[in-house]
Ligand binder design. Structure first.
Ligand code: SAM
Length: 277
């Protein structure tokens, strides 16, 4: 087997232990959801001491996911989605976004958090084109070889891989190699949608990004790397980037004009869409 231990604490899921924070529950708390515990909210409170607007990391990310998923189904005409790290069900989930535009679109969600798997089975598996599987998103073969993925995704046709708000929870430096293993499995015309905590490498913002990183990694959640533009671009390998390439999530094809300046936290999350030629 090509399976191996991955460089992410979350590869060993937290479980329903209420004394340990989980990525999915912290993210749910940031989005104002109710599927979280005090320990999860405490992670955000700790980071908020350095970055009061920390919850905007989640909001900017989620809005990017929704716009990018819409773009993929509407413009790229892709109708099968593997959504790695689905998160807890929230107001607008990937299958609702894409099936509104194409009711034949198939979405396979992948997560390993027991709370996500329990709530998700009920809420995300709303119809026969929406599925949820338990696999480690940082072990490509685990996802690509999963029987639920093989059953519902046709690898001879274009696929959209969503890895949105996930790779910052992978701490090692070989993330681009792992992404390459995903991309190799896909047909031409496939797309990758990806976002990541971002170190803007400016004198003003880099110290804030590094401080948030330190706080997240040493929090009970245990992960949250802020990677540079070059490091995030490397995750797309040699895909052709849809303009404007890797951009701040808020500035990747926003829904309308920006009528206020982005705050500091909103400048620390970036994403993009790449297409396999
Ligand atoms: N993709 C969604 C979004 O952008 O709105 C949710 C992002 S949330 C920050 C990250 C998700 O990845 C969580 O639901 C978490 O449980 C999941 N996750 C983290 N590490 C994982 C792993 N090793 N295997 C599977 N899922 C994982």
């Amino acid at each position: 087997s090509t399976r191996r231990a991955s460089g992410a604490p979350s590869s060993d899921p937290v479980g329903i232990d209420t004394t340990r924070a989980s990525i999915a529950r912290v993210y749910d708390a940031a989005l104002g959801g109710t599927d979280n515990y005090a320990i999860d909210r405490e992670v955000l409170a700790q980071v908020a001491r350095a970055a009061p607007e920390v919850k905007d990391l989640a909001w900017s990310n989620r809005q990017f996911l929704i716009r990018a998923a819409r773009f993929v189904v509407d413009q790229l005409r892709i109708d099968q989605f593997i959504d790695c790290g689905s998160g807890l069900p929230t107001a607008e989930n990937t299958h609702q976004v894409v099936q509104r535009l194409n009711d034949e679109a198939t979405v396979v969600y992948v997560d390993n958090d027991p709370v996500v798997l329990a709530h998700g089975r009920a809420l995300l598996e709303e119809n026969e084109r929406t599925h949820l599987v338990d696999a480690d998103i940082f072990v490509p073969e685990d996802v690509l070889g999963h029987e639920g993925v093989r059953k519902h995704i046709d690898f001879d046709r274009p696929v959209a891989l969503l890895h949105v708000g996930t790779w910052h929870h992978y701490l090692d430096d070989d993330a681009p190699d792992l992404m390459r293993r995903y991309i190799e499995a896909f047909a031409p015309g496939s797309a990758v949608v990806l976002s990541h905590f971002f170190d803007p490498e400016t004198a003003e913002l880099s110290p804030l990004a590094r401080r948030m990183e330190e706080l997240f990694i040493h929090s009970p959640m245990g992960s949250g790397r802020f990677r540079t533009r070059a490091q995030i671009e490397a995750l797309f390998g040699d895909l052709r980037m849809i303009e404007p390439g890797v951009a701040l999530c808020d500035l990747w094809w926003p829904d309308g004009p920006k009528i206020r300046p982005l705050n500091q936290v909103e400048q620390c999350i970036a994403g993009g869409v790449g297409v396999k030629e």
